[in-house]
Design a protein around this ligand. Structure first.
Ligand SMILES: Nc1ncnc2c1ncn2[C@@H]1O[C@H](COP(=O)(O)OP(=O)(O)OP(=O)(O)O)[C@@H](O)[C@H]1O
Ligand SMILES: [Mg+2]
Length: 245
């Protein structure tokens, strides 16, 4: 394994999305996923905190308030390591396009915002290959807050960083905690060559920018069925006239 600072040697491509909660990562990645599949590419999708191995432990730890910043970080690292070995590496080695909703950079921001040592957490994730494209969706806190609260009444305890006792009130705690994370993301952009996307823009505008970046990266990857391949450029826009994705 080559680590996050060197280009990986595998025939597939690894594309990851990052950003604070509500920045619109999943929305953009979902559109990319559909677009690539429609063009005949073999795509594998994986997301943060989805490994069966530790999901229950994380849920239980959260519910009972047992997690410290270090155990929280290590459980997420176990989730990551499990998905890396069994989900991310095989398709990457097999020449597929792997899409990851959050990657090691989430740990480098969230865990560090919780007080974990930045160097230590980088070592924990040194098994991770460097993505071919790491997109950072950058939005101000107020925009993310508004989006997170769309269609829901309350902020979640951990997304607001309530475990850190930064403020008594969830919205205020969210602002402080997510601002720390935002600053840490900004500081990572040079270290890891994150491509900054202006995530305040509307969904379709962003999608055009993202598709261009993805196209540059997947050059050389063969779609599964060449005869079925539609030109990526000839496909419909991501968002229809009624605004629906
Ligand atoms: N460009 C945009 N403009 C306005 N609203 C958006 C935009 N992109 C996404 N949204 C909306 O904001 C909300 C959050 O988007 P999404 O789930 O994609 O964010 P996320 O970054 O994946 O968040 P999380 O980190 O919590 O998973 C959704 O309701 C989505 O429809
Ligand atoms: Mg999401």
């Amino acid at each position: 394994m080559t680590g996050l600072y060197e280009r990986h040697p595998y025939p597939g491509k690894l594309i990851v999305v990052e950003g604070i909660d509500g920045s619109g990562k999943s929305t953009q990645l979902r559109l990319i996923h559909r677009w690539l599949e429609a063009a005949g590419y073999r795509v594998f999708f994986t997301e943060w905190n989805s490994s069966e191995l530790v999901r229950r432990a994380i849920r239980r730890g959260k519910k009972k308030g047992l997690l410290t910043p270090t155990t929280f970080s290590l459980l997420h690292a176990a989730d990551f390591a499990d998905r890396l070995i069994y989900q991310i590496m095989p398709p990457l080695k097999g020449g597929m396009i792997v899409l990851a909703d959050r990657y090691a950079y989430t740990a480098f921001t969230r865990d560090v915002a919780r007080g974990v040592d930045p160097q230590w957490v980088r070592e924990v994730y040194s098994i991770a290959p460097r993505p071919d494209l790491a997109l950072y969706f950058r939005v101000p806190i107020e925009a993310s807050l508004e989006r997170v609260l769309t269609g829901r009444q309350k902020l979640k305890y951990y997304e607001a960083g309530m475990d850190l006792r930064l403020a008594n009130e969830a919205t205020e705690s969210f602002r402080i905690f997510q601002s720390r994370i935002l600053e840490l993301y900004d500081a990572l952009t040079h270290e890891f060559d994150l491509k900054v996307i202006d995530a305040v823009r509307d969904i379709d505008e962003q999608q055009q920018v993202v598709r261009q970046l993805v196209m540059d990266v997947i050059r050389g990857v063969e779609p599964k069925k060449p005869y079925e391949r539609q030109s990526l450029l000839r496909q419909r826009p991501a968002v229809q006239k009624n605004g629906r994705a």
